[in-house]
Design a protein around this ligand. Structure first.
Ligand SMILES: [Zn+2]
Length: 354
């Protein structure tokens, strides 16, 4: 009798345990599913990149980057194997469809020169701001409807992650002098050897488009066909514009892009506008001059990391309004990139992958 009672109790306890574990287990599964939706799953490459980034942020006295909280897209790597990553704000689910072409796209790039420290924090400040702003239905509808923002916060990670960050990439090349502009073959190396006396900080490379960090920038532009590009540097304290210009070309499109230049300056306490010269192999030359994509180079006043908060405060509304400023009607840029895609069949594969 005792044995039967023991067996009944034993089975009862066992069954209850099984039911309990199934219940708790399934509860945990659904909680995990929710977490998976809320927190982007990082690739292992991005996870270690983000860890490394937080150490670097700490070194410069900045708050955590929140790098782990973004949805990153990462296709190619730097010379030393770090991800060349970007994140997107706005709905790009129709990227492959004609409707995407109706959207106004801004590309914002930072950290092209790794020793320009403040721009990198500046891009992460932009990302934090956009994360919050895009989540606010009222603002998103009012200012950012139909607006896509692509942010590539560290174009040249090898240079930034060094103990003593450098301007050039791991091959010793300036990735803002290596774009395959029409004047590259004729002028880039000659100018470097004569005017710049082989200055190691301005080495354009042995041949144009030889650096993965340059291919990365070009492919972002080819993939998304931006209506404007903002590239953030330091410490020249000025805003420079390359692209269509009414005053020179008589294009109506250029007027809108020029309007934005003036507006950005006004929004940032009349920040100085300067017409900085073109260089062979620069982004402004390749995207602005040769492809008519309004390209704004924002040079922050210093590379001093302790001033980052100050710079973000100064430019916050300029950046907001620049994104909101619709340049979509300026169809010239998109059309030019389009014809570029079909003309340059060898690039088609690259265009498709990143
Ligand atoms: Zn720079």
């Amino acid at each position: 009798m005792k044995l039967i009672r023991f067996k009944i109790i034993y089975h009862l306890v066992l069954s209850l345990s099984v039911i309990y574990f199934i219940a708790v287990g399934s509860k945990e599964t659904s909680a995990n599913e929710l977490d998976a939706k809320a927190i982007p799953v990082l690739s292992s490459a991005m996870a270690s990149y983000c860890k490394k980034l937080d150490l670097q942020f700490k070194k410069f006295g900045w708050d955590k980057s929140e790098c782990q909280s973004y949805d990153w897209i990462h296709v190619r790597n730097s010379v030393q194997g770090d991800p060349l990553a970007w994140t997107v704000f706005g709905d790009i689910s129709d990227e492959e469809k004609p409707s995407f072409k109706q959207k106004d796209v801004s590309i914002i790039m930072c950290g092209v020169h790794g020793d320009e420290i403040t721009p990198i924090k500046f891009c992460f400040d932009i990302m934090e701001y956009l994360k919050v702003t895009y989540a606010d239905p009222e603002v998103a509808k009012r200012d950012f409807a139909n607006k896509i923002v692509i942010v590539a916060p560290i174009v040249n990670p090898d240079a930034f992650f060094k103990v003593h960050p450098t301007r050039v990439n791991a091959h010793g090349v300036d990735v803002n002098r290596n774009f395959p502009t029409k004047d590259w073959a004729r002028d880039a190396r000659k100018l470097w050897m004569t005017k710049f006396k082989k200055d190691k900080r301005r080495n354009p490379g042995i041949s144009a488009n030889s650096e993965p960090e340059v291919v990365f920038q070009m492919n972002l532009i080819k993939r998304y066909g931006p209506d404007k590009i903002i590239s953030v540097h330091s410490p020249l304290t000025m805003l420079d514009y390359d692209g269509p210009n009414t005053i020179v070309d008589g294009f109506v499109d250029g007027a809108k892009a020029h309007e934005l230049l003036i507006q950005m300056s006004k929004d940032a306490s009349d920040y100085k506008i300067e017409n900085y010269p073109f260089f062979p192999g620069s982004l402004g030359n390749w995207a602005g001059k040769e492809r008519d994509i309004p390209t704004y180079t924002l040079e922050l006043p210093t590379s001093d990391p302790s001033r980052s908060a100050q710079y973000w405060k100064l430019f916050k509304s300029a950046i907001h309004n620049a994104i909101a400023h619709d340049l979509k009607e300026k169809s010239g840029a998109a059309a030019k990139v389009e014809s570029d895609k079909s003309a340059d069949a060898s690039n088609t594969k690259k265009v498709l992958i990143d």
